[in-house]
Design a protein around this ligand. Structure first.
Ligand code: PRP
Length: 177
């Protein structure tokens, strides 16, 4: 794969928009009177978070956390650490963690464990995409946009070597099936 690889569309922007609206309706139904704390995992979640919260017409708080992982992928060490922590208080809040993709599950699992220790009233995960074929750790997904195949995805926040996050569609770079 090179930076010249042309991304092929997997999920068009219109499909993403309708999935975001569907998820927003589910979240609004469940959280509208709870002043939830929505926590996005940077960087990948930034576009999804921005689109999702603009579909939510009730009081909520937005937060971000950034984690880094070492040797992720086929040679994953599973070592993850927080490189940008939270400024909001989690204890006693209804927390919804926002991800762009759950792949091995290591990132979401780590952050869910970290947040659970802070004693939120409730804690759920909302992910735009789920790639179950690569799972190394089981995580419970409360709100799901799309189940995706085992392809390298870019766009709508997802990157390859920090490139392609700005693509409006979710694309794939090569077929890993
Ligand atoms: C990506 C993505 C998820 C994570 C999912 O983040 O945004 O956070 O990988 O993979 P996993 O389920 O195998 O842990 P990445 O670490 O590439 O950083 P980024 O969000 O800055 O792109």
């Amino acid at each position: 794969m090179s930076s010249q690889t042309k991304p092929q569309i997997l999920l068009r922007r219109e499909e993403i928009t309708s999935a975001v609206k569907r998820l927003a309706a589910e979240i609004e139904r469940d959280y509208q009177n709870r002043y939830p704390l929505l926590i996005g995992i940077l960087k990948g979640s930034f576009i999804f978070m921005a689109d999702l919260v603009r579909q939510l017409d009730f009081p909520l708080e937005v937060e971000f956390i950034r984690v880094s992982s070492y040797g992720r992928g086929r040679e994953s060490s599973g070592a993850i650490k927080i490189v940008r922590g939270l400024t909001s208080v989690v204890k006693g809040r209804d927390v919804l963690l926002i991800e762009d993709i759950v792949d091995t599950g290591l990132t979401a699992g780590f952050v869910l464990d970290y947040l659970a220790k802070k004693k939120p009233t409730s804690l759920k995960l909302c992910t735009l995409t789920d790639k179950p074929s690569r799972r190394q750790r089981s995580v419970q997904i409360g709100y799901l946009g799309f189940t995706v195949p085992n392809k390298f995805l870019v766009g709508y926040g997802l990157d390859w070597d920090e490139k392609f996050r700005n693509l409006p569609d979710i694309c794939f770079l090569e077929n890993e099936d």
